[in-house]
Write a protein that binds this ligand. Structure first.
Ligand code: NBP
Length: 482
């Protein structure tokens, strides 16, 4: 009997996905560039399973049922192109290559086009959930050539995470790079969620002067609220975790954050598409600032933070902080969904936003109860422009606003940097302002560059230029951009 699917790449993600597929009754053929790892896997974690090994691409292809389905779980970038180039000569029309790595979506767009020209089908599938997810149920976001979906769907939906109602956290996202785009936004949102939790932690620790045990208790209480999520769960555990000497381990961890680039890609795309993805972008910059450890230590001697501890009722501050975190999170998801909306328009992907929230409901790092509410909001109104158009989210934001303003204002007074919570409230204030100071900005642009402006007392689309100094001409600029 031939294999149902081949998987190339036996690092942490590949091995665990294969074991997961095997558990669900699929016959998997495994291959890895360093072929000794195939034998190590078969004699180790895969011992006693139905998993088959292959020691060459020819052998892998020969052992698969047609149309062949071959999933790459290798390092994103040129390695994916190299494997595709090596595989193509062995494949037949209609065979399917799936890239399950963290590829950048323009690469997936390109690969779809190149493989279609060769009569082959391609899927770019975002996979989230890390090692644990891959083994027991990841969130999977597939996009690419739609005709391949029916062949892959039974396997992917069987191995994926399930919502509390038993729905698979895996469904078709859209054409070409849509799956990898949605995975990229997921990772961006993950950056934002993590930074927001870190800001709440610093407010508690440095502002409210709470001990690790007290912070652990506060987070534990938050788990029982709308904030209930995987990231709050693990943060609760981390705050309680003690090093061998009995003191909190997290206190000993160097405060410089790493990144692999998907948050940065999300920010770059937002700038390209003109979407104000302020919170996620700030979360990427917060990691950048954290990486300047030596400079920060030197600068801290020039600007001593002398702020006193925040006074007042601690329980009240904690509730205000919880509401600020929740409200900021709503803004972050609002911005992420705005970006997906714009990409969907640009690339004709026809993304289903309720479904996207469902894909993230379980299995991935941002899994949360909150995503179920987002899904409901999009089911009630698939055309939502932003989440606050939905009554549930609008009520939370309105209820949180006074506390949120208090927390952000206090953080500035107390010299506690909270870039994401601040960006979130600033976005809300800007987005809900019928009039912004951009009238002055347009005047400045017209003054120095004759860029023209529209007037409040004339119809939209009519442009005016003023000779502000009496020295300039009457010619407006149509090309000069500053
Ligand atoms: P890695 O990203 O570490 O990749 C390891 C695999 O790539 C091995 O099979 C390795 O073969 C192969 N490889 C490399 Br590295 N360079 C190669 C080359 N020049 N030619 C051929 N093969 C090469 O594995 P991973 O952490 O399991 O991640 C797999 C994919 O899934 C990545 O795109 C990753 O971004 C994504 N992802 C990872 C996680 C996670 O939590 N780790 C979560 C979600 C998505 P070798 O054994 O011969 O060196």
């Amino acid at each position: 009997m031939k294999g149902d699917i081949g998987v190339i790449g036996l690092a942490v993600m590949g091995q665990n996905l294969i074991l997961n597929m095997n558990d669900k009754g699929f016959k998997v053929v495994a291959f890895n560039r360093t072929t000794s790892k195939v034998d190590e896997f078969l004699n180790g974690a895969a011992k006693g399973t139905n998993i088959i090994g292959a020691h060459s691409l020819q052998e892998l292809v020969d052992k698969l049922e047609k149309p062949r389905k071959i999933m790459l779980m290798v390092r994103a970038g040129s390695v994916v192109d190299e494997f595709i180039a090596q595989l193509v000569p062995y494949l037949e029309e209609g065979d399917i290559i799936i890239d399950g790595g963290n590829s950048n979506y323009p690469d997936t767009n390109r690969r779809c086009e190149e493989l279609a020209a060769k009569g082959l089908r391609f899927i770019g599938a975002g996979v989230s959930g890390g090692e644990e997810g891959a083994r027991h149920g990841p969130s999977i976001m597939p996009g690419g050539h739609f005709s391949s979906w029916e062949h892959v769907k039974p396997i992917f939906q069987a191995i994926s995470a399930k919502t509390p109602d038993g729905e698979p956290c895996c469904d078709w996202v859209g054409d070409n790079g849509a799956g990898h785009f949605v995975k990229m936004v997921h990772n961006g949102i993950e950056y934002g969620d993590m930074q927001l939790i870190c800001e709440a932690y610093q407010f508690m620790k440095d502002g409210l002067g709470m001990s690790y045990d007290e912070m652990h208790e506060a987070f534990k209480a938050w788990k029982k609220t709308e904030l209930n999520s995987y990231l709050i769960d693990i943060s609760t555990d981390i705050l309680a975790f003690k090093d061998t000497d009995g003191t909190p381990l997290v206190e000993k961890i160097l405060d410089t954050a790493g990144q692999k680039g998907t948050g940065k890609w999300t920010g770059i795309n937002a700038l390209d598409m003109g979407i104000p993805l302020t919170l996620i972008s700030e979360s990427v910059f917060a990691r950048c600032v954290s990486s300047f450890k030596e400079q920060r230590v030197a600068a801290s001697k020039l600007f001593t933070h002398t702020a006193e501890k925040i006074s007042g009722d601690r329980a009240e501050w904690l509730e205000a902080l919880r509401l600020s975190l929740l409200a900021s999170k709503i803004i972050s998801y609002t911005q992420g969904f705005m970006l997906m909306h714009e990409a969907s328009k640009t690339f004709n992907w026809n993304l289903n936003y309720g479904n996207t929230a469902l894909l993230w409901r379980e299995g991935c790092i941002i899994r949360s109860v909150f995503l179920g509410n987002i899904r409901d909001a999009y089911i009630n109104n698939p055309q939502l422009t932003w989440l606050a158009e939905d009554e549930y989210f609008r009520n939370i934001l309105q209820n949180a606003l006074p506390s949120w303003r208090k927390v952000v204002a206090k953080s500035v007074e107390a010299a506690i940097p909270m870039p994401c919570m601040t960006a979130a409230i600033t976005f809300l204030d800007g987005y809900t302002s019928a009039r912004l100071p951009a009238n002055l900005l347009q005047a400045q642009r017209d003054y120095f560059g004759a860029h023209t402006y529209e007037r409040t007392d004339k119809p939209r689309g009519e442009f005016f230029h003023t000779n502000w100094t009496g020295r300039g001409g009457d010619t407006a600029s149509s090309t000069y951009q500053v």
